[in-house]
Ligand binder design. Structure first.
Ligand SMILES: Cc1cc2nc3c(=O)[nH]c(=O)nc-3n(C[C@H](O)[C@H](O)[C@H](O)COP(=O)(O)O)c2cc1C
Length: 197
């Protein structure tokens, strides 16, 4: 469920959360899917290197069924209900020499593009739940990922169901959502000395 924060943050951020309860009948149209990826596309990146890629896997299509086989046990009950799974990848090595790091900030840039995508999803009234629990090597093999690209996360996108609807995961969705206070990670004078206590 969404959180209440102090000071207040923008509703698109405040109302974002990771549910495990997706509507298994909801379908994402191609226009919405493109909008999400367009948001990712316009993220900043080091030297405008744009070192990201996505596999777009829609529920009901064959590539999605191939991906679902790779899910960890904990993610198998809920990920298949999402309308789409995006698999995120970043360019880790150079095209010519995969052992040569492409950009020191490639993974950072990918994360930022996914953050853009999640805000766009919130604006469209869609839920997003990112996950790492799947067989990354199997996905790389199955989808022909080149050696210099690294499979990173799955991003489940769809419509969240309400608390009374079928397929709700009450245990996960009822969990307490907590965050570290700003005093533990915002410093000015010296690392470890809180700017605000
Ligand atoms: C890189 C990454 C990996 C994650 N892996 C999983 C996962 O495998 N399964 C899962 O249910 N949630 C996964 N999550 C979701 C986190 O548990 C969730 O974002 C965190 O508990 C904070 O909750 P919130 O997103 O509702 O604020 C992952 C999130 C990220 C960013």
């Amino acid at each position: 469920m969404p959180t209440s924060t102090e000071p207040q943050i923008h509703p698109l951020l405040r109302e974002r959360w990771s549910s495990r309860s997706f509507d298994p009948t909801h379908e994402l149209d191609e226009g919405e899917l493109e909008q999400l990826l367009e948001a990712a596309r316009w993220a900043p990146s080091a030297g405008n290197s744009q070192p990201w890629a996505f596999l777009a896997l829609k529920r009901g299509e064959q590539p999605h069924a191939r991906f679902v086989q790779t899910l960890s046990r904990g993610n198998t009950p809920w990920v298949p209900n999402a309308s789409v799974v995006l698999v995120s990848l970043f360019k880790a090595g150079d095209d010519e020499d995969p052992s040569f790091t492409y950009s020191d900030y490639a993974e950072y840039d990918l994360g930022q593009s996914v953050a853009h995508l999640t805000v766009q999803a919130s604006a469209l009234g869609l839920g997003v739940h990112q996950f790492a629990g799947f067989d990354h090597d199997a996905v790389a093999r199955e989808f022909g990922v080149p050696a210099n690209w690294k499979v990173t996360t799955g991003i489940a996108v769809g419509r969240y169901v309400g608390p009374d609807e079928a397929s709700v995961d009450a245990k996960w969705d009822g969990r307490e959502r907590v965050r570290n206070p700003l005093s533990t990670f915002v410093f000015s004078e010296r690392f470890g000395e809180p700017r605000w206590s």
